[in-house]
Ligand binder design. Structure first.
Ligand code: G6P
Length: 362
């Protein structure tokens, strides 16, 4: 059943493996025969009246929000800001004239996000909650809900909720853009792309053993590590580093690869693992040279690269999909690296110390 581990040693691995099916499920739940999103008219209208989107979330959901910014700005052409809920609640930026709020929350119960929702509702602003749990607090208290349809996520480290959140953001962004005849949306074949994503995810999860080996070779004995990238590859780096920290207790940092040289590169020592995420054509050479700069200081560089940008020596090659959707694939090797590092260190993968699945205190 949904809440049964079956033959899996840990829920996390089961949930990583479920991601291709979640992509297919979202495609069938939200896209009609022509591949157009079916989203309630009222929600689209409500967002259309806004001059700016404010995505508010915590933890992994915040990282999914960062990836969403590019989707909303490209396909729907609506300026989008992404905020950490606990910060936004008490240090609210100057809002635009007509803001619309999007809450991303796997559980729909995070107290930090709810605090923001209560405040913006009081101020009369409309909001949407994108969540995995129907009738959760955030879902009940906001004007609209879109469900993640990912099935129960039990492991504390979030995996399938992250990719489902990005996919739902893409669906919503396309729905909004289509309503305005924006080419970036109308010409984007999302159904085909989600199909490619599902197949691509399957290819990566079928290569688990490779990530297990990399984990043994470079991570199990590491005390610190870095994920680097630019643009959406940077946003995935943040999530990749969080996964590793949460369950392997290795200090990991996600970094904008160009910013490394302005201070943080001082931390690179002999064999420090530095993983470069390279999926965007316009920045691939830059990130590669930033990786080389760390190698010159002794790092063990590992690359996660799309097939189109791959070179002979690359370590993890992921299938090609539309450049807006590469986070759906580039995050999977990082989830698996975190999983195997935790496992190989003999830790309790699903129940890391000091963490809870959902945090209902501020
Ligand atoms: C907790 C969990 C994280 C999660 C965050 C936000 O800290 O350990 O995995 O990303 O809460 O949770 P939410 O349910 O709002 O997405």
């Amino acid at each position: 059943s949904d809440t049964d581990k079956g033959t899996y040693p840990y829920y996390m691995l089961k949930e990583i493996d479920e991601q291709p099916n979640v992509m297919r499920k979202l495609s069938s739940e939200y896209l009609n025969e022509d591949g157009s999103p079916e989203i309630e008219e009222d929600l689209l209208k409500s967002i259309k009246q806004a001059d700016r989107l404010y995505i508010v979330a915590a933890g992994t959901s915040y990282h999914a929000g960062l990836v969403g910014k590019n989707l909303f700005e490209t396909m729907a052409q609506i300026p989008t800001e992404v905020h950490v809920a606990s910060e936004f609640a008490y240090n609210m930026p100057l809002l635009s004239k007509n803001p619309f709020f999007i809450f991303l929350s796997q559980s729909g119960e995070t107290a930090d996000s709810r605090e923001v929702l209560v405040n913006v509702s009081k101020a009369g602003y409309k909001s949407l909650t994108i969540t995995n749990v129907a009738k959760s607090t955030l879902s009940r208290e906001s004007n609209y809900t879109l469900l993640l349809h990912a099935g129960p996520e039990i492991s504390v480290a979030s995996t399938k909720a992250y990719t489902a959140q990005i996919a739902v953001e893409a669906i919503l962004a396309k729905g909004l853009g289509e309503a305005d005849q924006i080419k970036a949306a109308t010409e984007f074949n999302l159904r085909q792309q989600l199909g490619l994503v599902a197949t691509g995810m399957q290819t990566i999860v079928d290569e688990k053993e490779k990530m297990n080996q990399l984990s043994k070779d470079y991570f199990v004995n590491a005390s610190k590590s870095f994920y680097i990238g630019r643009g959406i590859d940077y946003f995935v780096s943040l999530e990749a580093a969080l996964k590793l920290k949460e369950i392997s207790y290795i200090h990991a940092e996600g970094f904008a690869s160009g910013e490394l040289k302005h201070g943080t590169i001082a931390l690179i020592e002999d064999k420090t693992p530095v993983i470069g995420i390279i999926t965007q054509k316009n920045t691939s050479n830059l990130t590669r040279s930033n990786l080389e700069e760390t190698m010159a200081r002794g790092s063990k560089a590992i690359t996660i690269v799309t097939k189109a940008l791959a070179k002979e020596d690359d370590d993890i090659i992921i299938p090609d999909v539309n450049s807006m959707l590469t986070p759906l694939l580039s995050v999977i090797p990082a989830q698996l690296l975190a999983y195997y590092t935790s496992l190989n260190k003999g830790l309790d993968v699903d129940h890391p110390r000091n963490l809870a699945k959902s945090v209902t205190v501020q």
